[in-house]
Every structure is written in structure tokens, then in C-alpha cells.
Design a protein around this ligand. Structure first.
Ligand code: NAP
Length: 295
């Protein structure tokens, strides 16, 4: 069988880089869809790999500009997309990228005769539809389901790069958490999640796959672990969720992009988020490596 080609949208991000690496190691040819080729180079802040020399081709496109995505899928067998808004961008909402950007890509995939579309949404989305970010993901999932394109939707819990963000707060000496810190979750390493994503290339029919990491923690436990790795006295302040809701309302009046992203952070703080346990990489080791990096 000749080598299959996969388009990875979001190839420059935390998960995207691990997925590029995993597809390549399994013998696929990878075309990266990115806004800038430079964003593929250099090891990332959470150890995500440099993939600049790993990809076979680069396609430059922007999710906010439908015309720029035309032809991205030409000659491609499979599309994998983790293209999403995770950091504020000027005047850009989750709806514009997570929903409409991915929809433009799906339309191109259909026009180009792609065989399968693999999409990253979020775990427990049905309980978080009041978050703009989650709603935008699910608007795309609804369109994907009705498109006739064979698909896999992956539903992950938190990634280690999010935990890297909390680690950086601990490094500064003080962590602020919404809620009482007792909710439980199981964060997953990008390399472990990439295996789940690439396995989906061999799926048949339509599938939805939830995936979390191998260990379950409370929010407090992960932060105590970060302080321990840094050798610092723990300092954690718990803020009631209603404070987050009020802040979200006010921020939403003048900064919708930031509010979109914050709405997700607040939504996940409200409940346990334990996705099916998978993977082998441990948060304690990740924190040890981050602590060593900063010395
Ligand atoms: N992190 C989590 O805990 C978590 C949990 C569940 C689901 N998810 C979802 O998983 C996906 C990937 O997450 P991640 O943490 O890997 O995010 P990430 O590191 O921020 O990567 C996002 C990717 O999307 C690309 N992108 C953003 N805006 C774009 C635009 N206008 N046009 C083209 N590409 C654009 C980014 O490109 P640039 O490099 O140019 O910015 C980057 O390659 C997201 O959809 C996120 O909602 C994340």
C-alpha cells in the first residue's frame, strides 16, 4: 500500500506537534497547516517536539480566512484537526476558529475527497455548553456528524501544557484556583494523547473516543505537587466560583476573545472531569523536568 498523507491542522501547537511526530513515526506523510512555518521549529515550553524538519509539506492558512484554507486538503487521505483558540487573539472568538474555521476545512476536505476527518473536541462537553469555547467545538461536531464525512471525535480531558501553566503560577509563588480545589481530573501528556489520535486514523465508521491520563488528582494535589517539585512552600488561594462567573460577565462586556477562553477554565472547575484512563506518562515526572529546566 502506498504511503497515506495526513493534513494536520494546528500542527504548531502542543498536541499538534506530538501528533505530527506520531503520524510520521507510523509511516504517514504529514502536511502541516499552520499560520507560520516558523511556529513548527524549536522545542516548545512544555517540551513539545520541534517538527520543522519532520513534516513533508507546509500549507499556510488561517482559520479566520476561509479562502486561505482552499486546497489545503488536495491529495490528502486523512485530516486531523486540533486547530483551536486557546489563547486570546485580537477580535477573534472561539466560534470563528473552533467552529467556522474547522467547518471551512471540512468543506475543503469534502471537495478534495478526503476519507476521514479526526477532530479534537473536549471531554464532558454536554455538561459545559454554557462555555463559548465548548459550544463552538460542539457546533463543529454537529456539522461534522451531519456532513457524511466519516469521522472520529476525540474527547480529551486536560493536557499537560495546561498543567504547565499552573506550574508557572507556582513558580511565581502563589496559585489562585476557582472552587475549593477538591474536584478530580486526570491530565494527559501530549505524546500519550497523540497515540489515541493516530489510532483513530484506522477507525471505520463514525466514532467518539474519550481519553484522559493514567492518574487521577484533585486540583489541590496537582498544585501541591508543583510546589514540591520546585522546593517551595505551597500557597494556594481558593476563590468561589461565583467570583469567576462575575469576572467572566464583566470581561465578556469588553473582551469577548479572553472571555471565551476563561469560560472554559471556569466550566472545568465546577465538577470532576475523569476521562477513561490511558497513557503512561506521569505528571510528577513532567513537573520534575519543568523544575529542572528553570534552574
Ligand atoms: N489544553 C487542554 O487542556 C485541552 C483539553 C481538551 C481539548 N483541548 C482542545 O485541543 C485543541 C488543541 O489544544 P492545544 O493545547 O494543543 O492548543 P495550542 O497549543 O494553542 O494549539 C492550537 C493550534 O491551533 C492553531 N491556531 C490557532 N488559531 C489559528 C488560526 N486563526 N488559524 C490557524 N491555526 C490557528 C495554533 O497555531 P499558532 O501556533 O499559529 O497559534 C496551534 O497550532 C484545542 O482545540 C483545544 O480547545 C485542549
Amino acid at each position: 500500500m502506498s504511503k497515506l498523507t495526513v493534513l494536520v491542522a494546528g500542527a504548531s501547537g502542543y498536541l499538534g506537534r506530538y501528533v505530527v511526530k506520531e503520524f510520521t513515526e507510523r509511516g504517514y506523510g504529514v502536511r502541516a497547516l499552520v499560520r507560520s512555518k516558523d511556529r513548527l521549529a524549536g522545542v516548545g515550553p512544555n517540551f513539545e517536539p520541534d517538527v520543522a524538519e519532520v513534516v513533508e509539506e507546509v500549507f499556510i492558512g488561517d482559520a479566520t480566512d476561509k479562502a486561505s484554507l482552499k486546497g489545503a486538503c488536495k491529495g490528502v487521505d486523512i485530516v486531523f484537526s486540533c486547530m483551536g483558540l486557546t489563547k486570546p487573539q485580537n477580535d477573534v472568538t472561539s466560534e470563528l476558529i473552533d467552529h467556522l474555521g474547522n467547518l471551512a476545512l471540512l468543506e475543503d476536505a469534502i471537495a478534495c475527497g478526503v476519507r476521514r476527518f479526526i477532530y479534537i473536541s473536549v471531554f464532558n462537553s454536554d455538561k459545559m455548553m454554557d462555555s463559548d469555547l465548548v459550544a463552538a467545538h460542539e457546533h463543529f461536531v454537529r456539522d461534522l456528524r451531519s456532513s457524511g464525512m466519516p469521522y472520529t471525535v476525540i474527547r480529551p480531558g486536560a493536557y499537560f501544557n495546561d498543567m504547565g501553566m499552573f506550574f508557572n503560577f507556582a513558580r511565581k509563588g502563589h496559585v489562585f484556583l476557582f472552587g475549593d480545589g477538591s474536584n478530580r481530573f486526570n491530565p494527559i501528556h501530549g505524546a500519550d494523547l497523540a497515540k489515541v489520535c493516530v489510532d483513530a486514523a484506522e477507525d471505520e465508521g463514525n466514532k467518539e473516543v474519550a481519553a484522559g491520563g493514567p492518574d487521577i488528582f484533585t486540583y489541590d494535589e496537582t498544585n501541591l505537587m508543583a510546589f514540591e517539585a520546585l522546593g517551595l512552600e505551597p500557597k494556594i488561594t481558593h476563590m468561589p466560583i461565583w467570583v469567576g462567573d462575575m469576572a467572566l460577565f464583566v470581561i465578556g462586556l469588553f473582551n469577548k476573545p479572553f472571555a471565551s477562553i476563561m469560560s472554559f477554565a471556569i466550566a472545568v472547575s465546577r465538577m470532576d472531569n475523569i476521562a477513561p484512563l490511558t497513557g503512561t506518562r506521569r505528571l510528577r515526572d513532567f513537573y520534575r523536568d519543568l523544575a529542572a529546566q528553570g534552574k
